[in-house]
Design a binder for this molecule. Structure first.
Ligand code: NDP
Length: 483
């Protein structure tokens, strides 16, 4: 099916070609065919977008001086506009990224909920009165940061853009969104929603383009006040350095190597289902994928058998087949990388319990079999590096301390799961895990109102929840001498 949605840049309330007239193609990973051709933003286009956003962020601008309740209404209107396009966005996301319609629907629903959640926040962002000595009044106000740049990866293109845009806009900031050049299409629907919700021109700008040009130009622009970056830890480090040139603040949502710790008293059916979902959803291309299964030695064989069975019977399907439960990975290079990790695991001595290659019946599309490795040691490459594909590493543990030690032996600290029927084991284990998010007897799970982010090299700052309100505002302290 051909694409008929937006393909131009959206700058200062106008749809426009790139100033260089350059375009790039996006490929449907299920068919390997070109799906759309999109305008490619240059450094100059990014500068125009930031200039427009800067104007709209200024004191006295329509957006900055808008009654916060009205700002909330506009965000509700954006949620309405997105909701009315749900079916179209699901289809586009599915063709652009390869995820199944089921997965794409979850993403769109999460975005609608996130916009509504932050729409409610718009008129509730307030400071404090601070007790000080003497005849003084001292108080704080929370002000918007100004222009926020949003650099988004390809694995959840629509959802991750909405995750940072909604709180940034609710706080009164303006935004420039740079989606991944691999999956740029759904981002353009935010521009349509902003138009329909009558956001003032320049408040939200969308500039699909390459990371090394458009992304870099946004990160290093002197008029950008904050960068919300979601992506790999490697690129995130470079983004932090680029932002440092102008002392621009950053929120970094980076990689992960999530462990699921399964204790002998766990409900094994529930654990098998949660572990399966946590690694094979979105073809394993998730920062919070539960890519390491740490299982007590007493239940190892039983749990592995259940998970391997589920993996082997997972139907693979093109992103647009409704009966396909796991889609392809996003492109050829991702497929090659995942297969290289699988080979390295075999050479390191891990045992294939399920999958382990390209499915025989899939001649087209970048599919990888749902793969389970046992006999994994935590210092092996597959246990330490983020594979970003449907590959699970199973590691045995002997007791709780040993499980915690293995779980924490990772450069990452995004999300960990605990499976047990004992409350004490659950809470004491949660306390000792160096992870930003812990989920007990469920994996993975998040809501617009729960903070999302990681410890260690999984990032800096938090999206979602009240935390994001702090992330996208700055505190001004005002002292009044009453003498
Ligand atoms: P990348 O880091 O490769 O890219 C992320 C974004 O950065 C893309 O828009 C990319 O553009 C852009 N970019 C690339 N180079 C630069 C640069 N020099 N300056 C500015 N921007 C640049 O990540 P992937 O797209 O490969 O996504 C996968 C990664 O994202 C995984 O590591 C995953 O764990 C992480 N992630 C983290 C999440 C979290 O919440 N913690 C959630 C989801 C994913 P382009 O694509 O055009 O190169």
């Amino acid at each position: 099916m051909s694409y008929s949605g937006p393909t131009e840049l959206y700058i200062d309330g106008e749809w426009t070609d790139s100033e260089s007239s350059e375009t790039f193609e996006t490929v449907d990973p299920a068919t390997q065919e070109v799906y759309a051709t999109v305008a490619q933003a240059s450094q100059k286009d990014v500068d125009s977008a930031v200039t427009a956003a800067y104007r709209s962020a200024n004191r006295g601008s329509e957006w900055r001086s808008m009654n916060p309740r009205e700002r909330g209404k506009r965000l509700h209107a954006m949620a309405d506009a997105i909701e009315s396009r749900t079916d179209e966005i699901i289809l586009v996301e599915s063709h652009d990224n390869g995820k199944t319609p089921f997965e794409a629907k979850l993403d769109v629903e999460m975005v609608i909920d996130t916009f509504r959640y932050y729409a409610g926040w718009a008129d509730k962002i307030q400071g404090d009165e601070v007790p000080v000595p003497g005849n003084r009044i001292n108080y704080t106000v929370r002000e918007p940061l100004g222009v926020t740049g949003h650099v988004i990866p390809w694995n959840y293109p629509f959802q991750l853009a909405g995750r940072s845009l909604a709180p940034a806009l609710a706080c009164g900031n303006t935004a420039v969104l740079k989606p991944s050049s691999t999956t740029p299409l759904s981002a353009l629907y935010y521009a349509e929603a902003a138009e329909e919700a009558e956001l003032p021109d320049g408040t939200l700008n969308v500039v699909p383009g390459r990371g090394s040009t458009a992304g870099n130009a946004l990160v290093e622009h002197p008029n950008v006040d904050h960068i919300a970056f979601t992506g790999s830890t490697g690129v995130g480090k470079g983004v932090m350095q680029g932002a440092a040139k102008n002392v621009t603040g950053v929120t970094l949502e980076l990689g992960g190597k999530g462990p699921n710790l399964v204790f002998p008293d766990a409900d094994l059916d529930a654990a098998a289902s949660g572990v399966h979902y946590g690694i094979f959803m979105n073809a394993g291309q998730m920062c919070w994928a539960g890519s390491r299964l740490l299982v007590h030695e007493d239940i190892h064989d039983e749990l592995v058998e259940r998970i391997a069975e589920r993996a082997e019977s997972t139907p693979l399907g093109s992103g647009i087949d409704d009966d396909g439960r796991m889609g392809p990975v996003v492109d050829k290079s991702q497929q090659t990388e995942v297969l290289e990790y699988i080979e390295s695991a075999k050479q390191d001595g891990a045992t294939v319990a399920a999958g382990g290659g390209i499915p025989e019946d899939k001649e087209m599309g970048y599919f990888v079999e749902p793969t389970v490795f046992t006999d994994v040691e935590n210092d092996m490459e597959i246990a330490q590096e983020e594979i970003f594909g449907p590959v699970l590493s199973v590691i045995k543990f002997s007791d709780r301390e040993n499980a915690i030690e293995i779980a924490n032996d990772s450069p990452y600290g995004l999300m960990a799961g605990i499976w047990t029927s004992d409350l004490k084991t659950a809470h004491t284990t949660a306390e000792y895990l160096d992870y930003g998010m812990i989920s007990i007897n469920e994996y993975p799970v998040t809501q617009p109102q729960t903070p999302f982010g990681g410890f260690k090299q999984s990032g800096i700052g938090r999206e979602q929840g009240t935390e994001a309100i702090h992330e996208y505002t700055q505190t001004k302290n005002i002292n009044v001498n009453l003498n």
